[in-house]
Design a protein around this ligand. Sequence first.
Ligand code: HEC
Ligand code: HEC
Ligand code: HEC
Ligand code: HEC
Ligand code: HEC
Ligand code: HEC
Ligand code: HEC
Ligand code: HEC
Length: 351
Amino acid sequence: MKFLHAAGVSLFAVLLVLPARAAEAPVVPAAPAPAPAAASTPAPAPAADPAPGASRPPAAAQPASPVRLLHPPDLTFTNDPKVKVFAFRPQGGPPVVPVVNGKAAAPLDGEMFPKGEVSLLPGMNLLQVGETTVRVFVLPGAAMETFRFPSGTQGRDLVFQAYRLHPALDDGCDGCHTVEGGKIQAKDQKEACASCHDDFTKASGGKKPFVHAPVASGECTACHDPHFATRPKLQKLEKDCFECHDPFPAAGTVHAPVAAAACVSCHSPHAGPAPGQLVRPGNALCLGCHKAPHDRHRSSTVLGMLTRVPEEFPKEAGELSCTGCHVPHQSQNGGLFRKPREELCRTCHSV
Ligand code: HEC
Ligand code: HEC
Ligand code: HEC
Ligand code: HEC
Ligand code: HEC
Ligand code: HEC
Ligand code: HEC
Ligand code: HEC
């Protein structure tokens, strides 16, 4: 269980990475003051590999409280020349003016959570908000999600990525955040998320659902980025379910949807009507994909003398349970059998 570990991957950690990287290899002109002039290089000329001054450590005796940029992150790719800008400055201050390729754009709206939209040029753009400068590559109308730009140095490409924004950001940050003592705090997720989405833990149709542990404990961000992500559905985990669960052995027979990592075809990530958050209970789960499996072994009615179905064998309304003979994930035995074939048959047939 790497549960706690996965849950701890916060956006904050991501925010901290940038300055560290920039410090490693400071290709930034060594000017002490923020130098928008250095950023006025015309569009596609990103010779430098490391961030051109991603963000500077906040100066010790800074009068205004620092503005931090949430979106866009460094190395953003977009096919839309207009990009949404979301920043935060829990202590408030004067209007924040974004600088695009050295030119001041219209000020952002809002004091603690400044937001707005800036127009960019096709190609490489340097967008400066507060003390942070990020690189945004624009290719109008392009359909790709990842864009590689040869860096020219050390043969390493700059990898720009497209991000999908959570529509909730348009409604403001305060749906999910409070500001206390000049610090930004996340509200309880169970309540904040459920104000716009279904509460998965609630009973529906008179039945109490079986709820996945991290959902029951209100840790939506164990799996989702609350702000934006490169993947659909705001998914942030590289290894999805295997971030917390051990993968199944690849040996023997592996059920096709398991081999394809299509775990959510059987398990809801949130809650379901059967234990293990299964999307359908009992044999209906299997029959959703196997419309007509072998016709014998469906009925538990014993016709022949040599067959006797033990009391404890799992059954469902006169039918044998599929999972009485087959396992759902992987088996050392052929046919996804629960036991070696001979042994399995002898459970009921005395031949
Ligand atoms: C849909 C809910 C939601 C919205 C809307 C939202 N946030 Fe967040 N934000 C969160 C949650 C939840 C966390 C905690 C992340 C975690 O636990 O991984 C967080 C974390 C953060 C953090 C990191 C600080 C920390 O506590 O780790 C910052 C900074 C932040 N949000 C800024 C913003 C800004 C700025 C906006 C508005 C543009 C915004 N958020 C909108 C839910 C949201
Ligand atoms: C264990 C990981 C995990 C947790 C925890 C989790 N989700 Fe999800 N969520 C997913 C996955 C995976 C999908 C995509 C499902 C798919 O592709 O069918 C998803 C999809 C969604 C969607 C898109 C609509 C839908 O149902 O497919 C919403 C909304 C959502 N989650 C909200 C939440 C909220 C709110 C919480 C916290 C109460 C939460 N999730 C907790 C993994 C998780
Ligand atoms: C202010 C309303 C609001 C709040 C609060 C909110 N969401 Fe959403 N969320 C939306 C809207 C609107 C959509 C897009 C329509 C939809 O899929 O329901 C969305 C979509 C999503 C999706 C699917 C994105 C996709 O690519 O389809 C996920 C996952 C999600 N939200 C998770 C969360 C989580 C987790 C929280 C709490 C941290 C949360 N939301 C809080 C409004 C909200
Ligand atoms: C952030 C960590 C995390 C992620 C990601 C996660 N789970 Fe879980 N899951 C848990 C925890 C914690 C439990 C409860 C402890 C346990 O039974 O192992 C649990 C329990 C389960 C159970 C019930 C186990 C039982 O014995 O009844 C199933 C089934 C399950 N998860 C499936 C999934 C699937 C499918 C995915 C991917 C969509 C997934 N989980 C992703 C943390 C996670
Ligand atoms: C074909 C449907 C199906 C698929 C696909 C599937 N599962 Fe399951 N899973 C089940 C069933 C059914 C159970 C209940 C097991 C039982 O009753 O013996 C289960 C049980 C579990 C459990 C509880 C502990 C255990 O091993 O019995 C976990 C954890 C789990 N599944 C995770 C996953 C993950 C992760 C994936 C994706 C790699 C996945 N499952 C794909 C049907 C499926
Ligand atoms: C999401 C769709 C899906 C679900 C749900 C599903 N299966 Fe399958 N299953 C497949 C696919 C795809 C194959 C491989 C192609 C085929 O043989 O039809 C397969 C193959 C099998 C095989 C043959 C394995 C072999 O290699 O000999 C068995 C047995 C089986 N499934 C049993 C089950 C049982 C039992 C359940 C319910 C727990 C179930 N399936 C649920 C999609 C599914
Ligand atoms: C009494 C044990 C038993 C039960 C219960 C059982 N099966 Fe099977 N299954 C077998 C055997 C034995 C085979 C090997 C082929 C055969 O002899 O029919 C098999 C083969 C399969 C296959 C491989 C392809 C095929 O059709 O031959 C699938 C898929 C399958 N079963 C699905 C299911 C589903 C779905 C259920 C529940 C509705 C189920 N099985 C219940 C014993 C069982
Ligand atoms: C859970 C009990 C159970 C298990 C395990 C089981 N069977 Fe059956 N089997 C039955 C029942 C019930 C029937 C149908 C009624 C009857 O013939 O008495 C049946 C029917 C059959 C038939 C058809 C017999 C006929 O007269 O039409 C064959 C062949 C068969 N089983 C082979 C197998 C094989 C091979 C295995 C092991 C892979 C196996 N069975 C495992 C319960 C079982």
